[in-house]
Design a protein around this ligand. Structure first.
Ligand SMILES: Cc1ncc(COP(=O)(O)O)c(C=O)c1O
Length: 388
């Protein structure tokens, strides 16, 4: 979490004084956030949820993904991306990332099969995917794109907003994200059918709360991931800050990348340097030993950094329920066992994405912070140069 304070407290105080803490029956905080977040992104429809995982799950249901379908996911993402695919009954196909630490469009195309229904580029650590390449793949192979923008709230790609480029996008507002209400999420789309189906998945009574949307033929048994007015209130306050914070971090990122390159480091491929979140900079090294030595020296100089390989559940080899093929709580619901999914690509081995493991082991990422002062950035530049 970057910032939280007075504006959030004021909105929460008002909400509690008014007593209208349920999102429906009033034009309240969630309605306001859904409208304003949609405007901010250029997305026609926004549905808040209780988490990013719920947002991905609802968007997949909105897109009609289910048993018999494969969904391409990157080898490096928080495992919820892949688990949400299983939760809707489909099979995640795990594909290499490239030097940008995001999904490789080339490796993705090689894994597209007649069963591929969707591709999920994940904008990890604020770093955008090559969205032009993915939208071209979508067109060429008639597959849908669901952007997992959980780690890139507020970022862009070549003038467009992340999450609003594909057929749908999903956001998380948990504690670690660029905007946070502690927990929370939203999915967005310009497609009314995706929105309607996703809304039923997010709230089994959504059509009851929104009588204007009543369409019995589109209704099925959904669950409840309904957002609270408390989340809405906090996010409305956070939305006021996001552009300013990301702008500051983008500026710091440019300074530090320039310094790194000047010191002989090679920056990671960046698919949209001017528009990405600016929250992370990265350098790659010829070998893991060199990456680890650089990382250690930088830590000694009090500049936090990490190798993506060391980030636990962000690497496919650590997605235990998938690697062990435990796809559901009950065997009869387990996508790995469903007859519809037999013939899907579900051969998972530790070394199946060797290129990813190589890249993730010799890349060093450094986090930015909007509160870093000019002196702090100068100290980081010096540390980078010395460590290089
Ligand atoms: C890339 C990615 N996808 C999905 C999620 C799931 O979001 P949540 O924790 O809000 O369910 C996260 C959360 O950390 C994430 O980083």
């Amino acid at each position: 979490m970057y910032r939280i304070g007075e504006p959030e407290m004021k909105r929460l105080e008002k909400l509690i004084q008014d007593g209208g803490v349920f999102r429906y029956g009033r034009a309240g905080e969630c309605d306001t956030f859904e409208r304003d977040w949609g405007k901010h992104l250029g997305s026609q429809y926004v549905r808040m949820t209780t988490s990013g995982t719920a947002a991905i799950y609802c968007a997949l249901i909105g897109m009609g993904v289910g048993p018999g379908d494969e969904v391409i996911v990157p080898s490096c993402t928080y495992m919820a991306t892949a688990l949400a695919v299983l939760a809707v009954g489909a099979i995640p196909v795990i594909v290499d990332v490239d030097e940008s630490v995001t999904l490789s469009p080339v490796a993705s195309e090689a894994k597209i099969s007649p069963r591929t229904k969707a591709i999920m580029p994940v904008h990890m650590w604020g770093l955008p995917n090559d969205m032009n390449a993915f939208m071209a793949l979508a067109e060429k192979h008639n597959v849908m794109i669901l952007e997992d923008a959980c780690q890139s709230v507020g970022g862009g790609y070549e003038g467009k907003m992340l999450g609003a480029i594909g057929h749908a996008g999903a956001f998380s507002f948990n504690f670690y994200k660029n905007m946070t209400s502690g927990e929370g999420g939203a999915f967005v789309t310009n497609d009314e059918a995706i929105f309607q189906r996703g809304s039923v998945a997010s709230d089994c009574c959504s059509f009851y709360w929104n009588p204007k949307e009543h369409r019995p033929e589109a209704q099925f048994a959904g669950l409840n991931f309904r957002a609270t007015e408390f989340s809405g209130a906090i996010l409305n306050a956070q939305l006021e800050r996001i552009d300013g914070m990301l702008g500051v971090m983008r500026g710091h990122k440019q300074v530090l990348l320039k310094a790194g390159e000047g010191a002989g480091l090679s920056k990671i491929k960046d698919n949209s340097l001017d528009y990405g979140c600016g929250t992370t900079i990265g350098f790659n090294f010829p070998t893991e030993a060199e990456a680890r030595a650089f990382s250690g020296r930088l830590k000694e100089k009090k500049v936090g950094n990490f190798l993506p390989m060391d980030t636990g559940r962000h690497v496919y080899t650590r997605w235990d329920p998938i690697m062990r093929k435990q796809g559901a709580h009950h065997p009869a619901l387990d996508p790995f066992k469903l007859k519809e999914n037999q013939g899907c690509n579900m051969d998972y081995t530790e070394d199946m994405c060797q290129d990813s493991l190589d890249i993730l082991n010799r890349t060093v990422l450094i986090g930015m912070h909007p509160d870093n002062t000019a002196q702090r950035v100068e100290a980081m530049v010096k540390a980078l140069e010395e460590a290089a």
